[in-house]
Write a protein that binds this ligand. Structure first.
Ligand SMILES: *Cc1c(COP(=O)(O)O)cnc(C)c1O
Length: 220
């Protein structure tokens, strides 16, 4: 299968799943996760009409997307991986959307850089819906305080929530929970679902699914 064929399959599956979505068809957007993939693979996806890409490392994104943006002015680049506060400046300059806001230090660093650069990426707070000790994200119990810190203390505009369900758990439980948390806090947008569970995520109201393997193949 080519990247173009895989993209077509994934987009069709998203359309199909959205027919049964809670809250109706939200026109879920596909983020093609191009981490570890060479620039040629990104170009193949662009040639097939894809414009939204996800990367999980600032450095890797910096090596690919500024060049591509010179040739394609309508690309949207999303940071979906953890952010270190010393990379906040680079991240604010590079990304259109950051899905991994999850610590006071990051919120503060982003606010400072947004002010300094006059560039404002759209921001999602990552929630550790499974309360896993090793996983990034705000604990659900801490979400209220963290959002208040982001919004009131730092003046950040938070668009939505992101989660990565624990491996082995039924993902729909986490997707429903994330949606409930977003509703509770008046946040509109949900980033959830990967190659193994994006159709379920769409059914549970995802606005963005983040799909790598099903488009580009298995990573090394
Ligand atoms: C790698 C990654 C994805 C994509 O995973 P696939 O299983 O390859 O679709 C989605 N979200 C995050 C946060 C990731 O790091």
């Amino acid at each position: 299968m080519t990247i173009a064929e895989n993209l077509e399959i994934v987009k069709t599956a998203i359309k199909q799943a959205s027919l049964n979505a809670v809250g109706g068809d939200k026109n879920c957007q596909l983020i093609a996760v191009s981490k570890t993939r060479p620039i040629e693979d990104v170009e193949a996806a662009i040639a097939a009409g894809q414009r939204i890409f996800g990367e999980n490392r600032v450095q890797e994104a910096a090596s690919k997307f500024p060049l591509l943006r010179e040739r394609f002015d309508d690309l949207e680049v999303h940071l979906i991986g953890p952010l270190q506060s010393n990379k906040a400046g680079e991240a604010v300059g590079l990304f259109d959307v950051i899905h991994s806001v999850d610590r006071p230090k990051i919120a503060g660093a982003l606010a400072k850089e947004i002010e300094k650069q006059g560039r404002t990426p759209r921001l999602f707070v990552q929630v550790n819906t499974g309360d896993e000790p090793q996983k990034a994200g705000v604990a659900p119990d801490d979400l209220r305080d963290f959002l208040e810190l982001c919004i009131k203390t730092h003046g950040l505009q938070i668009e939505g929530l992101m989660c990565i369900p624990p491996v082995g758990d039924e993902p729909s439980v986490h997707f429903a929970f994330l949606r409930q948390l977003a509703d509770r806090h008046g946040l509109a947008t949900l980033s959830m679902g990967m190659s193994s569970d994006y159709e379920t995520a769409v059914q549970f109201g995802a606005d963005y699914v983040r799909v790598g393997t099903a488009i580009f193949g298995v990573r090394n």
